[in-house]
Structures are given as C-alpha cells and as structure tokens.
Design a protein around this ligand. Structure first.
Ligand SMILES: Cc1cc2nc3c(=O)[nH]c(=O)nc-3n(C[C@H](O)[C@H](O)[C@H](O)COP(=O)(O)OP(=O)(O)OC[C@H]3O[C@@H](n4cnc5c(N)ncnc54)[C@H](O)[C@@H]3O)c2cc1C
Length: 347
C-alpha cells in the first residue's frame, strides 16, 4: 500500500490528481487485504485499470486499487469454438493480438481500444460493429458484499450500448477479476460498419488479420494517441431519442444523421459528434482543454489542463447542445467522484 501517489500517469487524460492510498492488486489475496484495510478505516475505494475511461475530478481520499491480475488461458477448444479466459489486468489490445495470433477470432474489430480486459465488460466496449458483450461468456467477480468470488453469466450482465450491470447495480459492489470469451476458429469477419467495409473493399478474401490491420489504421488516423495528446476517447455517448423527435429535428436540420435502434419503441441513435460539430465546438479550446480537431466526440488535454478545465468544457458543450437541439448529452467517461443528474434524456 503506497501513500499520496500521483495519478497523472494512471489516467490517459493526464490530469493531475493524487491517491491517498494506492495498491497494485496482482492477486485475490492482495485485493482482500486492501478491501479490509479500506473497510477498517471507512475509506472509499476506486478500482482503476488503464485509466482510459475516467475523469479524475479531484484527489481521491481513499484507496485506489490498480488491477494488475495477469494471465490468458485457453479453457476449451471443440475445433470450432474456443473458450479463453483472461485476467482483468491484461492489456486489452495485447489480448486481442494474442487471440489473433492463436487463430481465436471475433475480437479483431475491437483492436487498439486502450485499457484493460477487466474494464471491457463495464461499459461493454464497442467499435466497428462489434461489442465485447457479444463475445463474453461469463465474468468472474469479487463480491464485496459477501467477500467471495462469484461468476456472472453474460446473460445476467445486462450488456447494452456502452452499458452493463457493472455501471449500475453492481457499480460499487463487484470487482471484475477474470473474463471468459467464446471465440471462433472459423475466419468469419464482421464488416457491418461501413467505414471498415470501405477500407477493405476489393480485398478477397477478407481475413481477421486484414480486419485487425484496417481497424488499427483507421483508429490511428482518426483518434489522438493518449501518449501524445491526453484524452479518454469518446467523451459522450451517442444519444438515443424518440424517432418522432428525430423526424421533427430533421425538418429543422435536414442533414441530421440517425440510425434506427432495434427495440419495442421507435428510437433513433444520433451521432453526438455531429451535434457537437454542428454546435460549432470542433477544434475549439477552453483553457487548456479542447475538442479534438479531427473528431468532435473527443475532448483533449492540450497540456497542463486541470480536471476543472475538462469539466467546464464538457458542461459548456452539454448546455449548448441542449439549447440548440433539445438533447441532453450523457458522458461516456466515468467521472470520479460521480456527477449526479448526468443521464441521457430529451429536454
Ligand atoms: C483513444 C481512446 C479510444 C477509445 N476508444 C474506445 C472505443 O472505440 N470503444 C469503447 O468502448 N471505448 C473506447 N475508449 C474508452 C476506454 O478505452 C474503454 O472504456 C476501456 O474499456 C477502459 O479500460 P480501462 O482499463 O482504462 O478502464 P478505467 O478507465 O481504468 O476504468 C473505467 C471504469 O471501469 C471501472 N473498472 C476498471 N477496471 C475494473 C475492474 N477490474 N472491476 C471493476 N471495475 C473496473 C473503473 O472504476 C471505472 O469506473 C477509448 C479510450 C481512448 C483513450
């Protein structure tokens, strides 16, 4: 257990914040000990993987658990389907690369997403037409209420668009230890995302390796590298609004894009990047924080930003989008401490 640890290198925004206590968790025994320590002193706990989806708003007064459990193992192989277990502290992109190297297919669309395996189920990471939840079979967690290890089947994880039970009812009670994936030996690829299909047009056959390479290429051309420019990827979720409202808005903003969302009610997902860009924020700066010039969904630290700079910028964008379109943006990035009332809704 270390004290007063600088967290700037542990969040990809590169924001300054300190942890009162900091523990590198490389085993369940260490985890249990750290949680007992926190409980005995009634300290709050923050679970941290790669810090690529958090906005650390201030110094953390409790115990930061830096999840570093390691290991990838094949559990079963029936010749077609392979079950693979990965520990929470494994780097996500390295895990995707390992799978590809072994001929375990299905994760290649999710290449180059920063962060850890343990955080993948939290917001059901997704990119280029695939969500991690589609490939997850079960998740092993530490249940803080019962102080024991338990398994949760994918069907009980409540996976949705950037959402799961781990962001909701299990938010403070379950810590992810291991994730089991069901992957395929067959080389079937998912080209449902049009930019990916276009990038691979004319290639025959399209292999999982080609998809992996194309995804990496596209991501490198569109997104800032956190090592060069601090950021946490998409800062906001794409809002989902009633189809009737979308039609109404299209009468005012003829080019407003939207994709129908399958479900009981007619709903449309609107690209938040379009709303932010259309509101005039793309490339703008507020203090040391700004909106990335190539992708309006990404807020960046131009160097020397403090959390309040990012918060001020995010709130200014949210207020403006709400005023111009009547749509409330919901941050995808996890604010620490949480900010109440930041849910997605139509105003
Ligand atoms: C450049 C860039 C591009 C990105 N692109 C994408 C993308 O395409 N798609 C996408 O979905 N996301 C994307 N992200 C967001 C981010 O990479 C993912 O959300 C990733 O899963 C976060 O992993 P992490 O280990 O860094 O989590 P952290 O930021 O450390 O934590 C995120 C949340 O999960 C919790 N948590 C972390 N580990 C555990 C655990 N073991 N048990 C319980 N809770 C835990 C934390 O408390 C926190 O609430 C991007 C981020 C960046 C910087």
């Amino acid at each position: 257990m270390q004290q007063h640890v600088d967290l700037q290198a542990f969040n990809t925004f590169g924001l300054p914040a300190r942890a009162r206590w900091f523990c590198v968790v490389d085993s369940v025994v260490t985890l249990e000990g750290a949680l007992q320590f926190a409980r005995a002193q009634t300290l709050p706990v923050l679970v941290l993987g790669g810090g690529s989806n958090v906005l650390l708003r201030e110094d953390f007064p409790g115990v930061v658990l830096h999840m570093q459990l390691r290991g990838v193992q094949q559990l079963a192989d029936d010749g077609d389907t392979v079950r693979v277990q990965a520990a929470c502290g494994e780097n996500w992109h390295d895990f995707v690369s390992t799978c590809l190297a072994h001929g375990w297919h299905g994760l290649e669309n999710l290449a180059l997403i920063p962060g850890s395996v343990g955080a993948a189920p939290i917001q059901n990471i997704g990119a280029y037409g695939v969500e991690a939840g589609e490939r997850i079979e079960s998740v092993q967690v530490w249940n803080r209420e019962t102080a024991s290890v338990e398994w949760i089947a994918a069907a009980d994880c409540g996976f949705g668009y950037r959402d799961s039970v781990f962001k909701r009812q299990y938010r403070d009670s379950r810590i992810i230890l291991q994730v089991v994936f069901r992957l395929q030996r067959s080389a079937t690829v998912n080209l449902s995302y049009s930019a990916l299909a276009q990038a691979l047009a004319g290639q025959e056959p399209v292999t999982p390796q080609a998809v992996f390479d194309a995804v990496c290429r596209i991501r490198r051309s569109r997104l800032p590298d956190p090592a060069q420019l601090g950021n946490a990827g998409s800062f906001f979720k794409n809002p989902v609004i009633p189809a009737a409202l979308h039609r109404q808005l299209q009468q005012r903003f003829g080019d407003m894009p939207g994709h129908a969302v399958a479900g009981a009610e007619p709903l449309v997902k609107v690209p938040a990047a379009w709303l932010i860009e259309r509101a005039g924020w793309k490339g703008r700066r507020l203090g040391h924080a700004g909106v990335y010039e190539k992708q309006a969904l990404v807020l960046v630290n131009h160097g020397g930003a403090r959390a309040q700079d990012v918060v001020d910028l995010a709130q200014a964008i949210m207020a403006d989008v709400r005023q111009k379109f009547g749509i409330a943006l919901e941050p995808e990035v996890q604010w620490v401490p949480a900010q109440q009332g930041l849910d997605s809704r139509v105003c």
